[in-house]
Design a protein around this ligand. Structure first.
Ligand code: RB5
Length: 144
């Protein structure tokens, strides 16, 4: 199984994605960056769909996605049957998104949380395992 993390953002999430990328570099965690590659205005679906497909195919293990609010990119990612993208603004939400929802993409609201919070959320998301048990039954009912 791939251990690579997939990244994507739009222009509003670009700087926070760069912070995530630098953190992954510091921790020697492999990643694939699906763009955006600059803060120039762009459309989040152009980057969200390729990341979603990479998570669904197993090319990457988990994803991190950032736009201004997190909502547009989360809505796009969650159109994909195999994706459970969770908008997380604090560590406890990130913990539960993995433990209870088996979220496979972390979505960060780049314009609404400080970088320090985002790094804590990222760390919790990447280190929390799915609890299985009763949550497996519920997660199995999500896809149409
Ligand atoms: C871009 O201005 C902004 O609309 C986008 O990043 C996101 O917040 C949409 O949901």
């Amino acid at each position: 199984m791939s251990t690579t993390i997939g990244l994507c953002s739009d222009h509003a999430g670009f700087l926070m994605k760069e912070c995530v990328r630098i953190r992954l570099d510091q921790e020697n965690i492999p990643y694939k960056d699906f763009g955006a590659y600059s803060p120039e205005a762009c459309d989040y679906p152009d980057f969200a769909h390729p990341l979603a497909k990479a998570v669904e195919s197993g090319e990457v293990h988990l994803g991190i996605a950032v736009c201004g609010t997190g909502n547009g990119i989360a809505m796009t990612l969650n159109k994909h049957q195999g994706i459970r993208a969770a908008l997380c603004w604090e560590s406890a939400v990130a913990h539960l998104s993995r433990a209870h929802n088996d979220a496979n993409i972390l979505v960060l609201p780049g314009r609404f949380i400080p970088e320090e919070t985002a790094m804590k959320v990222l760390s919790v998301f990447l280190t929390t395992e799915f609890e299985e048990g009763r949550h497996r039954r519920r997660v199995d009912k999500i896809a149409l």
